[in-house]
Design a protein around this ligand. Structure first.
Ligand code: MSP
Length: 518
């Protein structure tokens, strides 16, 4: 059985509201998943929610709700958000599901039995807001703690610890020997710098139930629940393990048709949670005897108008509002085209609107509209005989776009596709079919141009499929093709058959009259 390309996003805190950052992470991961599907590979994309922890427990209590009831309500709105983004995910994990509890507890029992944990008394500082213990290193010179930690209290508490230190050198060697493990390079260097300049402290993996009950109980001590990060990271293994993936033995699940998902090919995460994914997670997996994911891919953070997004100042981009007004593909396009995976990005409404007008409405929208209108007007929609005039040129660009897509250079792939769109729009201006149509002697030449135009639209639809799936499907629909644009190999020139009758054009990205700028 060949391995399925398995990719994941971080799981979002259920008590937050979906914002641009969550949307971005999901859309780039979705596009990569779809790229692999367009290459003909089987692909499994997982996203979901992180539902345990003190904040959830507290918020539920404040609303007079049970924690599970509170999570169920929020989970419904997250799931509808995921639906709005047009994701092609294959599962949606919630850390409160039984399958997940079972997997977390199995791993905990195994690690406990194999002596990876010990119990000790902790005496020190604790931030309830960040749900984390703090050390002297986290203090400012004047002894205070940063405001991101909220109220910091002195705590004396018995807890379980995971012996991380013994794996430190192994992890350094692993990351050095596997340069693709953390992408991009600056993030890899950040992890290596951290590992080489610090002694890894053992990780506290429990919380006493007396303080926090909204968590997965430790199977070997009923007075404790699991630390949220130990719980959350395990989600990536839960789904394949619960489906019976043979690469994850030791779990009590059976399946007649087990998939081959593990190891994950890619965990997509934001830069703030790098340490959890590139230090704690590989060590947890190594200790449990499982293979490591092939790549932790780290994207940057979005700002709005050069400022941190924050609800309190109102400086936010609401993805739902943007999608409602402009459509999901316009939203996907702006994020994918504006920001490469790695650096930080800056959303501006002006930038969004000018890309919409220039690249969507006037770029791809105009090309498809003009091509179909002319074919309808001059030939009643009937595709003329094949013309090879731009065959090599378009095939070459298509191959470049496919190569860039394979390397997960999503922004580069879109740039190249839009160069092709501009080139074909320019070809219309240069060949001026609207003039040739007036001269019956030019009927042959007109036919060649019309073929070139509709075939180019078809090729572009295939190339766009992973990025703007709705638009790609609409183009195929307007071309009245029975087939789907689902595989890159269909981009090869010559797919349009002479005599086929295309449909009527319908604006892909309607032009918008915007209110005048103040
Ligand atoms: N629950 C943890 C992740 C556990 S993964 C085993 C968490 N949740 S989160 O809701 O705070 O963040 C989810 C993802 O959104 C993270 O990868 C984070 O980096 C990303 N983003 C949050 N804000 C962002 C921006 N402003 N811009 C881009 N991505 C950002 O952390």
């Amino acid at each position: 059985m060949s391995k399925t390309f398995y990719l994941t996003t971080a799981i979002d805190y259920v008590n937050g509201h979906p914002h641009l950052g969550h949307a971005y992470e999901k859309v780039i991961t979705d596009a990569i998943g779809r790229v692999h599907r367009s290459l003909g590979e089987s692909t499994f994309f997982l996203t979901g929610l992180d539902e345990h922890g003190q904040k959830v427990q507290k918020a539920a209590m404040e609303q007079g709700k049970g924690s599970q009831e509170y999570c169920d309500e929020l989970a419904a709105s997250w799931q509808s958000f995921v639906g709005m983004l047009g994701l092609d995910h294959r599962d949606f994990i919630r850390t409160t599901q039984d399958r997940h509890k079972k997997v977390v507890q199995t791993i905990l029992s195994k690690l406990h039995a194999e002596d990876h944990f010990y119990k000790a008394t902790y005496e020190g500082y604790y931030s309830a807001k960040q749900e984390t213990f703090l050390t002297e290193k986290d203090r400012h010179e004047d002894g205070s703690f940063d405001e991101i930690y909220g109220e910091v209290v002195r705590l004396v508490e018995d807890n379980y610890y995971f012996k991380l230190g013994r794996h430190q050198q192994w992890l350094i060697d692993y990351i050095e020997a596997n340069p693709d493990f953390v992408y991009p390079d600056n993030r890899r260097n950040e992890v290596l710098g951290f590992l080489k300049n610090n002694t890894l402290e053992d990780l506290c993996i429990s919380r006493p139930k007396s303080r926090l009950n909204w968590g997965i109980p430790l199977p070997f001590d009923e007075d404790y629940v699991t630390y949220v990060w130990f719980d959350a990271l395990t989600n990536y293994v839960t789904v394949p393990a619960s489906m019976g993936d043979p690469a994850l033995p030791g779990f009590d699940f059976t399946s007649d048709n087990p998939p081959s998902l593990w190891p994950a090919d890619m965990h997509m995460i934001g830069k703030d949670i790098l340490k959890f994914h590139a230090v704690y997670w590989p060590i947890m997996l190594k200790a449990a005897g499982f293979q490591l994911p092939k790549q932790v891919c780290v994207h940057g953070w979005w700002q709005k108008d050069g400022q941190k997004m924050s609800k309190t100042t109102g400086n936010v981009v609401d993805p739902v509002a943007v999608i409602d007004e402009w459509g999901v593909d316009a939203f996907r396009y702006y994020m994918l085209r504006e920001l490469d995976i790695g650096p930080d990005g800056n959303w501006t409404d002006d930038g969004f609107q000018s890309r919409y007008a220039a690249e969507l409405a006037n770029g791809i929208g105009n090309l498809v509209n003009r091509s179909l209108s002319m074919l309808n007007r001059y030939r009643n929609g009937e595709v003329p005989a094949i013309c090879n005039e731009l065959e090599d040129e378009v095939n070459n660009v298509a191959q470049e776009v496919i190569d860039l897509s394979c390397q997960h250079k999503l922004q580069g792939a879109l740039k190249r596709t839009w160069e092709l769109i501009a080139r074909i729009n320019q070809y219309i201006d240069q060949t001026a079919p609207f003039k040739l149509a007036k001269d019956p002697d030019q009927a042959g030449r007109l036919g060649e141009i019309l073929y070139t135009l509709v075939e180019s639209c078809r090729v572009i639809a295939v190339l766009l499929n992973p990025y703007l799936p709705g638009t790609s499907a609409k183009i195929y629909d307007q071309l009245a093709l029975k087939d789907t644009p689902d595989l890159f190999k269909k981009s090869k020139w010559g797919g349009m058959q002479a005599g086929h009758v295309v449909g009527k054009p319908n604006p892909l990205f309607p032009r918008k009259d915007l209110p005048p700028k103040k």
